[in-house]
Design a binder for this molecule. Sequence first.
Ligand SMILES: [Zn+2]
Length: 139
Amino acid sequence: MDLIVIKTFDNYFLANISLTKLQDAGIECYLKDEHTVTIDPLLTNAIGGIKLVVKSDNIEAAMKLMQQFDKEYLESVQCPKCKATNFIQITKPGVGNYLTAILTWLFASYSIAPQKIYQCQSCGYESETLPVNHEQEIN
Ligand SMILES: [Zn+2]
């Protein structure tokens, strides 16, 4: 049985929400490296974050659900600046991609994925990581 990483997290809280939602939908899945990340957040980058792993049989259903969750979560997150819930995910043009291109050239194994950032459509606030919705965290 092949196991596939469908998403990586640098946030224990978000990783667990996603895990629970997939499990609720009847998809067998688990988190890899969650304990390492929780114990020492500095190691998160070194080991590539918390990995959400599913069986290859379930990959399509899981991906579909994750996209839906991401969208719902994005719509529920409040902008720390203007308090609007109006975030979208965009690909950052310019320096980020330029640097990625150089790094890709220097280290052949480096990810070629363009840099994605989150932008508030109301005030233009930008963040590389999605701001954690504190209301959800308290509940
Ligand atoms: Zn804003």
